[in-house]
Write a protein that binds this ligand. Structure first.
Ligand SMILES: [Zn+2]
Length: 318
C-alpha cells in the first residue's frame, strides 16, 4: 500500500525524506516515510514537540536514517522535529511566534496562531494515518529527569491496554498512566483511538550518543512488539513499574532553586526535596514530600519561575 502525506509519497519498499509545509505557516516539518514491502501497521514517531529536548530529536533523525523498508512490515512516519522555529530560535518549551507550548494545545485550531495550526495539521495529516504513536521527549532545557514512559489512561480500555503493553517494552524503571484526554499530542491521539506512549529520556538541553543509543533501542523494541520491525522483542534489564498519584508541583515564587535530591532518587514523606531562596540567599519556599515516592523530574537550573515547573514525583506501585 502506498504511504503518502502532503507532497511525500513512499511506494511499498521505498523510503522517502523531505519537508512538509504546515498550511498557513512558514513551518516546514522534516519528515521520513518508510514503507515496508509487506503490509502491516503504521506507526507515527514524533520528536521535538519541545524543541530543546535534543535526545529525542537526534533519536528520530538517526532512526530515520537507519531503518530500511526491507526491515519492516507496514509503515513508519517519522517527524524529526515538530517545533522547527523554536529549534532555530534555540529557545525552550514554546513556539516563538505565539509563546504556546505545543503539548498543551492539541487538537489545535486551523484558524488559530502558529502553534494551533501546527497541532491541527499533525492531527489531520498524521494522526489520521497512524495505528500507533510514539512521542519522543526529554527533560526540557532546565530539567533533569529519571528516564520513564507515559502511557494513555483516558481512552477506550483496549487502547489503554495496548498503550500499556507498548510502554512495558521500554527499557526504563518507571511508567506513568496519564489520565488526560487532550492538550498533549499523545493524549489527544488516544482520544482518536490510537494506542500511544510518550518516552522521557535525557534533558538539560544536552544529548549524547550513549543516550541516543538507548533511546533508539527503546523505540525499536516497541516497533518489534508491534510487529512492524522484524526481530524478537528484547527482554530489557528494566521492566517499568507504575508510578501513580504524580504530583506536578510548581514554584510559588521566582528565585533560585536548590534541589536536595537527584531525579530518580526515592524519598520519605515529610522529607525536604528542595528550597527556593531569593537573590540575597533568604529562604522563600520549602518543598516537602507529601508521601514516600520517587522523583521523576525536577528543575536543574538555578533559575526557577513563579507558577512554572519545580518538581514532579510519584508513588511507586508495588
Ligand atoms: Zn517534552
Amino acid at each position: 500500500m502506498e504511504l503518502s502525506i502532503g507532497n511525500l509519497v513512499a511506494k511499498p519498499g521505498e523510503k522517502v525524506t523531505g519537508t512538509i509545509a504546515v498550511p498557513g505557516t512558514t513551518v516546514k516539518l522534516p519528515v521520513t516515510l518508510i514503507n515496508g514491502k509487506s503490509d502491516g501497521k503504521t506507526v507515527l514517531i514524533t520528536a521535538g514537540i519541545h524543541n530543546a529536548e535534543y535526545s529525542g530529536i537526534e533519536t528520530a533523525i538517526q532512526l530515520a536514517g537507519e531503518i530500511e523498508p526491507d526491515e519492516i512490515s507496514g509503515g513508519l512516519i517519522i517527524i524529526h522535529l515538530v517545533n522547527v522555529s523554536g529549534f532555530e530560535d534555540r529557545t525552550m518549551s514554546v513556539v516563538p511566534e505565539d509563546g504556546k507550548n505545543l503539548n498543551r494545545i492539541f487538537p489545535g485550531d486551523p484558524d488559530g496562531t502558529e502553534g494551533d495550526k501546527i497541532c491541527h495539521f499533525l492531527v489531520t495529516a498524521f494522526f489520521s494515518r497512524a495505528d500507533f504513536y510514539i512521542d519522543l521527549h526529554a527533560g526540557d532545557g532546565y530539567e533533569s529527569l529519571a528516564p520513564y514512559v507515559y502511557y494513555l489512561g483516558a481512552a477506550a480500555l483496549e487502547v489503554v491496554t495496548r498503550a500499556k503493553a507498548m510502554a512495558q517494552k521500554v527499557n526504563v524503571p518507571y511508567m506513568v498512566r496519564s489520565d488526560i484526554a487532550s492538550g498533549g499530542a499523545y493524549n489527544y491521539a488516544g482520544s482518536c483511538g490510537i494506542p500511544s506512549i510518550l518516552i522521557e529520556r535525557g534533558g538539560e538541553a544536552r544529548w549524547s550518543e550513549a543516550e541516543v543509543s538507548l533511546y533508539k533501542a527503546d523505540v525499536k523494541n516497541v516497533l518489534r512488539h508491534l510487529a512492524v520491525l522484524r526481530g524478537k522483542v528484547k527482554a530489557n534489564e528494566n521492566k517499568p513499574v507504575d508510578v501513580s498519584d504524580v504530583v506536578y508541583e510548581n514554584a510559588a515564587v521566582t528565585g533560585c532553586w536548590y534541589p536536595r535530591k537527584k531525579s530518580g532518587e526515592t524519598f520519605k514523606k515529610g522529607e525536604e526535596l528542595g528550597v527556593i531562596k531569593d537573590y540575597f540567599g533568604k529562604l522563600q519556599q520549602i518543598c516537602i514530600a507529601k508521601y514516600d515516592g520517587v522523583i521523576l523530574y525536577q528543575v536543574s537550573s538555578l533559575a526557577i519561575l513563579k507558577d512554572g515547573p519545580m518538581i514532579a514525583y510519584g508513588k511507586i506501585v508495588n
